[in-house]
Design a protein around this ligand. Structure first.
Ligand code: HEM
Ligand code: ISQ
Length: 145
């Protein structure tokens, strides 16, 4: 079905919660990714010295990714579809990023947002974030050259 205004608001609320402590939640995010996919360390130069919350590159990359999920929800609500720009497709295609890696990042995102929103977490919020993420991941892979 269509992505509702309520779903967009739920995704926005999780983004606001994440922004409440970006260094702390970035650690949760990267740690979760590295637990499931240790090789991800080699994909991101800013992880060379471990998950350091004072490294501005580390937090900025997490913020960019979370911001795009929020943007995806806005696109779904406004247009019923998500379009990723070609540059986003080409970065990931060059790095050979695959479906299983998209799944690892999705699970880490959900875990992080669950921690950020605390007792406001719900199945409805989880599913709104999942739809926004899955549609964005599909749009990125569709933009692979
Ligand atoms: C770069 C977003 C999934 C690996 C980027 C960039 C963005 C982005 C915006 C540009 C640089 C930055 O701001 O970080 C996303 C989004 C994703 C996603 C929205 C999911 C919907 C993934 C996955 C992987 C991955 C699953 C692999 C585990 C990379 C790598 C770069 C990159 C290696 C280049 C980093 C660098 O060296 O600067 N991504 N990404 N991405 N992404 Fe993703
Ligand atoms: C994937 N692409 C861009 C940035 C990221 C930050 C953290 C984890 C995965 C990412």
């Amino acid at each position: 079905g269509a992505f509702t205004e309520k779903q967009e608001a739920l995704v926005n609320s999780s983004w606001e919660a994440f922004k409440g402590n970006i260094p702390q939640y970035s650690v949760v995010f990267y740690t979760s990714i590295l637990e499931k996919a240790p090789a991800a360390k080699n994909l991101f130069s800013f992880l060379a010295n471990g998950v350091d919350p004072t490294n501005p590159k580390l937090t900025a990359h997490a913020e960019n990714l979370f911001g795009l999920v929020r943007d995806s929800a806005a696109q779904l609500r406004a247009n019923g579809a998500v379009v990723a720009d070609a540059a986003l497709g080409s970065i990931h295609s060059k790095k050979g990023v695959n479906c299983s890696q998209f799944l690892v990042v999705k699970e880490a995102l959900l875990k992080t947002l669950k921690e950020a929103v605390g007792d406001k977490w719900s199945d409805e919020l989880s599913s709104a974030v999942e739809v926004a993420y899955d549609e964005l991941a599909a749009a990125i892979q569709k933009a692979y050259a």
